[in-house]
Design a protein around this ligand. Structure first.
Ligand SMILES: *[C@@H]1O[C@H](CO)[C@@H](O)[C@H](O)[C@H]1NC(C)=O
Ligand SMILES: *[C@@H]1O[C@H](CO)[C@@H](O)[C@H](O)[C@H]1NC(C)=O
Ligand SMILES: *[C@@H]1O[C@H](CO)[C@@H](O)[C@H](O)[C@H]1NC(C)=O
Ligand SMILES: *[C@@H]1O[C@H](CO)[C@@H](O)[C@H](O)[C@H]1NC(C)=O
Ligand SMILES: *[C@@H]1O[C@H](CO)[C@@H](O)[C@H](O)[C@H]1NC(C)=O
Length: 486
């Protein structure tokens, strides 16, 4: 788009139009034309330049408002009587939105969670507040509406950038909406940036039809044993690595499991191909969240996304897991996932220790065969350097959880345990998921070795699972993915 040739063509067309303008409107024409060609050059038109015609131009001219809104007068400095100059400050525009709604979900007969983003400086330096109003559709026989203070939870540990993630918990003293109604959020800046101005935005965040709420789901046993909530996926992901990850975890999590994947730009067509068979079989739900890129938050707004996932699926799963697609949950061979979570059922949350794997060391005996081996099959060296704080991942019983994070939830009822060592761990293959080349860079043969002061041991646990995982994939979805590339 925008080649010299099309630009030339266009110039000629523009000149033609100017000639056809009457003399008295020539100046206006030229001005509008200048504006329009500016717009064109900056590619505000979705269609290629070569298709710009006189009729397009007319559209362009008519799109310009006849009378622009009058500019607000600026406040002037003025001299005070005591000889001091009173300076003024003149605010305009919107630096960051007060509230950006992603979702609102019911969490029971009288409680809701609203998930969104909000200007981070507003929360760091000000004290914005929220009110929740439930407005029944049928107001003939009951109170017209009911308003409570919303309890704001900021689950992202101050990691936000322009925006921070906010979960507003709205809990009413009585059940609301038995015959339908609307949940309305009132988000107030309370001064915040400007102590002179309290700005309140009012928005309907949930509209429940008279028959749409079935209160019994809050007390029924959940549909799934395990639900995976993924963080935002972005970048040029390796389809083969994603293929391996999903086959491994569907096998481990079993028939009553579900995987929610969030596409922030990482699910390109080849990744879509490896997800498709699992979507068709009901194991995977893909959420397109690419529009979150408009709002600059922490790592593609992953804190917002995990909270949306928590509240969206809160009553559908007994356990929810939060980890990444370059991480593999592992339980020792003499146990299984069910026996592990059953032994931890008294806890609302347990955290999972990391085993860090090298993303380039492979076995000498795999030489020449690396390309055919799966990532967790050939990357066999575990980094055992001591004294390093390694991230943990976690699982929760979501019905007791009100907001969540990436490594931990801090808003829940009940207990957390970190003592899961030896019972459940995860293998982390950092940097392999966004690598489109062969990860094996160095072939070694020892069981123990040291590389640049980092000690490694050979760890065959994951390699041992490869045969069964490949067989499982074949059984479940056939041979559709046999030719997947790195
Ligand atoms: C809101 O918080 C209360 C207690 O703090 C909790 O009982 C309720 O489940 C929460 N609601 C949601 C939707 O998370
Ligand atoms: C509103 O409530 C009244 C009293 O309970 C009931 O008779 C009426 O059918 C309701 N209207 C709607 C539209 O639900
Ligand atoms: C409205 O709510 C208040 C407090 O919850 C209650 O005392 C009152 O009876 C209600 N009014 C109606 C018409 O339901
Ligand atoms: C609510 O859902 C349960 C099953 O989830 C069903 O048995 C019941 O009939 C539903 N109630 C209504 C009013 O739809
Ligand atoms: C591993 O190394 C030993 C000695 O360094 C050698 O004898 C052996 O053949 C090697 N094994 C493989 C599979 O390369």
């Amino acid at each position: 788009m925008g080649t010299n040739i099309t630009d030339e063509k266009e110039k000629k067309m523009f000149i033609g139009v100017i000639w056809s303008c009457a003399a008295e409107v020539k100046i206006l024409c030229t001005a509008l034309l200048f504006l329009c060609s500016l717009l064109t050059i900056f590619q505000f038109f979705p269609s290629p330049l070569s298709f710009v015609s006189v009729s397009d131009l007319r559209k362009c001219v008519s799109a310009i408002p006849t009378s622009p809104p009058p500019p607000q007068p600026i406040q002037l400095d003025h001299d005070l009587q005591n000889g001091v100059i009173k300076r003024s400050f003149d605010p305009r525009g919107a630096a960051a939105y007060n509230f950006i709604l992603m979702s609102a979900y019911r969490g029971g007969a009288s409680t809701f969670a609203i998930n969104g983003l909000s200007s981070k400086p507003l929360h760091v330096f000000g004290n914005p507040s929220y009110k929740c109003e439930y407005v029944p559709h049928n107001v003939t026989h009951a109170n017209e509406s009911i308003i409570v203070d919303g309890n704001k939870i900021l689950p992202d540990w101050g990691y936000g950038r322009v925006y921070t993630t906010v979960v507003v918990n709205c809990t009413f003293p009585i059940p609301v909406g038995e015959s339908g109604g609307k949940l309305v959020l009132r988000a107030s800046t309370n001064g915040g940036g400007d102590t002179e101005d309290t700005h309140t935005d009012i928005m309907t965040v949930l509209d429940e039809g008279s028959r749409s709420v079935n209160f019994s789901i809050f007390n029924e046993p959940p549909k799934y044993d395990y639900l995976y909530c993924g963080s935002s996926l972005y970048g040029n992901l390796s389809p083969q690595r994603v293929r391996e990850w999903i086959a491994y975890h569907v096998r481990m999590f079993g028939e009553k499991s579900h995987f929610v994947i969030h596409d922030a730009g990482g699910v390109h067509p080849e990744v879509m191909e490896v997800l498709r068979p699992w979507m068709d079989r009901g194991f995977v739900t893909l959420q397109d969240i690419r529009d979150e890129e408009r709002f600059d938050g922490y790592y593609h707004n992953q804190f917002l996304v995990v909270n949306d996932c928590l509240h969206r699926y809160r009553f559908m799963a007994k356990w929810m897991f939060f980890f990444d697609v370059d991480e593999f949950i592992y339980v020792p061979k003499d146990s299984n996932l069910k026996s592990v979570v059953d032994s931890l059922s008294e806890y609302t949350q347990f955290t999972i220790e990391q085993r860090t794997m090298s993303n380039k060391l492979c076995l000498t005996e795999d030489e020449g065969k690396e390309y055919r081996k799966w990532g967790f099959e050939k990357l066999m060296y575990r980094d055992i350097k001591r004294g390093i704080r390694r991230d943990r991942k976690y699982a929760i019983q979501p019905r007791n959880v009100f907001a969540t994070g990436v490594h931990l939830s801090q808003n829940f009822a009940g207990k957390t345990t970190h003592k899961t060592e030896g019972r459940i761990t995860y293998y982390h293959y950092h940097g392999t998921i966004s690598e489109r080349n062969e990860p094996c860079r160095q072939l070694v043969n020892e069981t123990n070795l040291k590389l640049d002061t980092t000690p490694y041991v050979m760890d065959t646990s994951m390699r041992d699972a490869a045969v069964a995982v490949k067989r499982f994939e074949l059984k479940m979805i056939g041979s559709a993915l046999q030719n997947t590339r790195q």
